[in-house]
Design a protein around this ligand. Structure first.
Ligand SMILES: Cc1cc2nc3c(=O)[nH]c(=O)nc-3n(C[C@H](O)[C@H](O)[C@H](O)COP(=O)(O)OP(=O)(O)OC[C@H]3O[C@@H](n4cnc5c(N)ncnc54)[C@H](O)[C@@H]3O)c2cc1C
Length: 506
């Protein structure tokens, strides 16, 4: 009889894309024994070369910054944009937060190497994967390099990426569309990213690290009923303002295609089983932030799993996780809707008609889960135009101006129990609800405790001074000014009247 190798670990992660890798690195750091399973041999092709600037601090946090610092990765690429009108707009990179174009095959292989360096066991390639839950633990079987394995685990993380579950399980966001793309030899040495809204959709292009130039056309699938894909691709590139010079480089063969549908899994957390990255939700590629969102969400989910393993509080962890999915998708949907609606194109073509209509025209006739209900409710919520920003700098004259003024606590503050992360665990803490946003901490200090403390202080200066016994003075200043900005505190009327003369001199 063929022998089966057996092992027992706390967590098995399935899929070694950015989401699965982030999970493996975080859980290992939090002290858990994990195993990572990957179906394919690396390097393997993958979409998503253009990484959004937020990626840098994620890599720094995971202590793998060096992986992004390769010389041939293209940083701070200028973008030419035609979107709100038909003029070319040059978008300069933000020097504080660089955008970056990587080679995904290489990046994913390097990331997996980092996992191996930390002595996390990786099985690759694997096939015949099966899992079964007996009472609470999972039993996973698979083959790898002609050997059979059976692993017992407390928790499974599904990071198998886009298309890892059936359409029936998807909560669809907006309508599907088609993506056609080709990499051409960059013989015209274009080193700029380009994005252009055209009558029938939009085109994105970027130089790649292998001296090719990638062009992606996003359009309605119905276009394929009228013409062949390659003819449509050539036509749209030829008629565009930014890409027409690439038309002669297009080859008649090797055109790639895929269907783009943004969705969320209808039930992404089941007992001791959780989905992350594209296996949990996928975003429209317009934002080029799939990799960043997959990694960021994976870091938050790692904290949820840590909470379950350490404190057996699955309900709290699940609630926090679902909230993060809903919030991430709400923010992204709001952004997407505004961005698509700002394009110069009229609703004449089906693509723009679909993209400009409300993403929430969701058909939800079937029985829906509580998670789905919360999701729809949140998506429908109007978001306030004004963002709750933390004050990062206060000029000296403003501190002097308010220093001796007396303040009061806003009597209508809405204090609630809020789930938050503290010491790598999900906890319930008292926080405030302001413009529908939940806030617990300000510069690592609990807002409710700060407000309690403020009751013992009379003037702005006294309050700043009191907080500065715990943290640096400049942070104490920022905290008090932020509390004023968020209207949790306000300057008392009497104090304003008494100091009118002094205030008007500024
Ligand atoms: C057209 C298009 C353009 C895009 N452009 C961008 C962009 O410019 N920037 C950006 O940030 N994002 C972009 N994305 C999104 C990006 O590709 C994904 O968001 C990102 O790769 C998600 O990472 P992940 O780890 O969740 O999944 P993946 O990267 O898909 O990784 C999943 C892994 O799981 C493995 N796997 C699958 N099944 C199994 C199994 N049964 N057993 C074991 N392993 C398995 C796969 O082999 C794979 O390695 C784009 C997507 C599309 C479709």
């Amino acid at each position: 009889m063929e022998s089966v190798k057996k092992a027992k670990v706390e967590v098995v992660i399935v899929g070694a894309g950015p989401a699965g890798i982030t999970m493996a690195l975080r859980l290992e750091k939090l002290g858990h024994k994990v195993i990572l399973l990957e179906k394919q041999q690396f390097p393997r092709p993958q979409l998503g070369e253009a990484l959004s600037p937020g990626i840098w601090n994620i890599f720094e946090y995971l202590e793998i910054l060096h992986v992004l610092k390769k010389e041939h990765y293209l940083k701070n690429t200028i973008a030419e944009v035609i979107w709100e009108n038909q003029e070319i707009f040059e978008r300069k990179p933000n020097l504080k937060q660089e955008n970056i174009i990587v080679n995904r095959e290489e990046l994913d292989a390097d990331l997996l190497e980092e996992v191996r360096k930390r002595n996390i066991k990786v099985f690759q390639p694997i096939n015949h994967l099966k899992w079964e839950q007996k009472t609470t633990n999972w039993f996973i079987s698979f083959n790898s390099n002609n050997e059979k394995f059976e692993i017992e685990t407390k928790f499974i993380v599904d990071a198998r990426g886009r298309g890892s579950f059936s359409q029936k399980e998807q909560i669809k966001l907006g309508t599907a569309h088609l993506c056609l793309w080709q990499d051409v030899k960059n013989s015209i040495f274009c080193n700029r990213m380009k994005i252009e809204a055209v009558e029938n959709g939009w085109i994105w292009g970027a130089p790649l690290t292998n001296n090719n130039y990638r062009m992606m056309l996003f359009l309605e699938s119905e276009e394929l009923n009228k013409s062949k894909a390659i003819s449509i691709f050539k036509r749209e590139i030829n008629q565009s303002k930014l890409f027409s010079k690439f038309e002669k480089l297009i080859k008649d063969y090797s055109l790639n295609s895929c269907v783009i549908q943004s969705y969320i899994h209808e039930n992404p957390w089941q007992q001791n089983f959780v989905k992350i990255g594209d296996a949990a939700f996928t975003l429209d590629p317009l934002s080029s932030s799939g990799v960043e969102k997959a990694m960021r969400f994976s870091m938050q989910t790692a904290i949820c799993i840590h909470t379950v393993l350490k404190e057996y509080k699955e309900e709290k962890a699940k609630e926090f996780y679902e909230k993060q999915i809903i919030e991430t998708n709400k923010r992204h949907s709001d952004w997407l809707q505004t961005f698509y609606n700002s394009a110069w194109c009229s609703n004449a073509s089906l693509f723009w008609k679909n993209k400009k209509k409300n993403i929430l025209d969701i058909n939800s006739e079937k029985d829906i889960s509580d998670f789905e209900k919360c999701f729809y409710k949140e998506l429908k919520r109007e978001t306030s135009e004004e963002k709750l920003e933390v004050i990062e700098f206060v000029p000296k004259h403003q501190i002097e101006l308010l220093w001796n003024l007396e303040f009061e606590l806003n009597p209508t503050i809405n204090i609630q129990d809020i789930l938050c992360i503290e010491d790598d665990l999900i906890k319930v803490k008292k926080g405030v609800l302001i413009q529908n946003e939940e806030k617990v901490f300000l510069h690592h200090l609990e807002i409710v405790k700060l407000l309690e403390e403020s009751k013992h202080q009379k003037t702005i200066g006294e309050f700043i001074y009191k907080i500065s016994t715990e943290i640096r003075f400049e942070f104490a200043v920022r905290i008090v000014f932020t509390l004023l900005k968020w209207k949790l505190l306000f300057i008392s009327k009497e104090s304003l009247i008494r100091n009118q003369k002094q205030l008007s001199s500024f």
